[in-house]
Design a binder for this molecule. Structure first.
Ligand SMILES: CC(C)(COP(=O)(O)OP(=O)(O)OC[C@H]1O[C@@H](n2cnc3c(N)ncnc32)[C@H](O)[C@@H]1OP(=O)(O)O)[C@@H](O)C(=O)NCCC(=O)NCCS
Length: 342
């Protein structure tokens, strides 16, 4: 049986650390460290400097993942790029990464696919990569989740609710074919509920209008703040996140006839540490089976799950032979859960 295994992981965060106090002292946001920590668990995040794009962060994480997988760049068959902060509106960032990896110079014109499922993006990507590998279409898929949120956050008191949550970073894995048994992605369960598309979104423009962005007399586009910045009903997101994360985890575990005791490590998407603690308590699973790094990086959206897989692998917390349950929820609403035999 042909399995899809995670053969390598990588993670990169830009060097500039922005603490909660920096949000106040450097950006003038009316907030406190205590407010943010109490509600989200976040202590600091990393922000990329101007001139650094999503594909630049992705490149560093991707190179690590490829190296840790023990393959050469030329062995890749497909790039899947998950992000909500792409370099361009179009084309997708997957092709930019392909070029930056040097694949075009090598004549490796492999396909590049972008996934736009926000915090659930990595699991949507994992499902896609697994299907391609299991079917025999591809042997090595580079799956990247990367975000440069800092460029598009309203870093003022007006935007403080959203701005205090997000950080920049990139995580990557290589999903490879393996004939060895007992290892690989067992199952991915995905879901979405488009009734809540407006609850957490960033519109920028309205494509139903002519032109899609209003212009001034000189023909310069004018984006109003309510269109430019992300909007979020935090309480609704919190409530649905808890419900969907528990539901999808139970669904995927049930389909695999696993109890929670069979899971060795829970790797949750990290929107807010309090959401994850609530879910953990509801499940009654011991804290030692959970990993988190949101305290240091904030919510890095598509990058949070691969960043945790990488950190847990490097620290030895995640070892070969363990069974991992990973869960995500985000804008859309979209969600997913996966069981992986590491
Ligand atoms: C965002 C979240 C922390 C806000 O917490 P909350 O308890 O719901 O807080 P509210 O939005 O009701 O705001 C309460 C007050 O705090 C203020 N506030 C918001 N952000 C603040 C900040 N960073 N610092 C200080 N005060 C802040 C609000 O302006 C509001 O003030 P008011 O009562 O004077 O109007 C919480 O709703 C949450 O985590 N939701 C989930 C969000 C999420 O996970 N998003 C990503 C999903 S992938």
């Amino acid at each position: 049986m042909r399995n899809a295994i995670i053969s390598g992981t990588g993670f990169y965060a830009p060097p500039r650390v922005v603490t909660n106090d920096h949000l106040k002292s450097q950006y003038g946001i009316d907030t406190t460290h205590e407010w943010i920590v109490q509600r989200t668990g976040i202590e600091e995040r990393h922000f990329a400097d101007a001139g650094v794009a999503c594909s630049d962060l992705a490149l560093k994480a991707a190179e690590q993942a490829i190296s840790n997988a023990g393959i050469a760049k030329g062995d890749l068959d497909l790039i899947i790029f998950c992000t909500l902060s792409p370099d361009y509106h179009f084309p997708g960032t997957g092709v930019v990464l392909q070029q930056k990896l040097g694949l075009c110079d090598m004549g490796k014109f492999i396909p590049a696919l972008d996934i736009r499922n926000q915090c659930s993006g990595f699991l949507y990507g994992l499902s896609t990569a697994t299907s391609f590998v299991r079917s025999g279409t591809y042997n090595n898929v580079l799956l990247v989740g990367a975000e440069v949120h800092s460029a598009a956050l309203d870093l003022s008191t007006r935007g403080r609710t959203v701005a205090s949550l997000f950080g920049d970073g990139a995580g990557a894995v290589v999903v490879s074919a393996s004939e060895a048994g007992g290892r690989g992605v067992r199952r991915v369960h995905l879901g979405a509920d488009g009734r809540f598309a407006d609850i957490l979104c960033q519109k920028i423009w309205d494509i139903s209008q002519r032109p899609f962005i209003p212009q001034d007399a000189a023909g310069i586009g004018q984006v109003q703040p309510e269109m430019m910045w992300a909007r979020m009903d935090g309480k609704q997101v919190f409530r649905h996140a808890v419900e969907r994360m528990i539901g999808s985890l139970m669904e995927v575990a049930g389909q695999e006839q696993l109890t929670l005791d069979d899971i060795d490590l829970f790797v949750f998407h990290q929107a807010n540490l309090r959401i994850n603690q609530y879910v953990q308590q509801h499940l009654g699973a011991p804290e030692s089976k959970f990993v988190s790094n949101i305290q240091r990086y904030g919510n890095t959206t598509a990058a949070t799950i691969p960043s945790l897989l990488h950190e847990a692998t490097m620290s030895g917390k995640l070892k070969r032979g363990m069974t991992v349950a990973t869960v995500a929820f985000g804008s859309g609403f979209t969600w997913g859960a996966a069981i992986i035999d590491w």
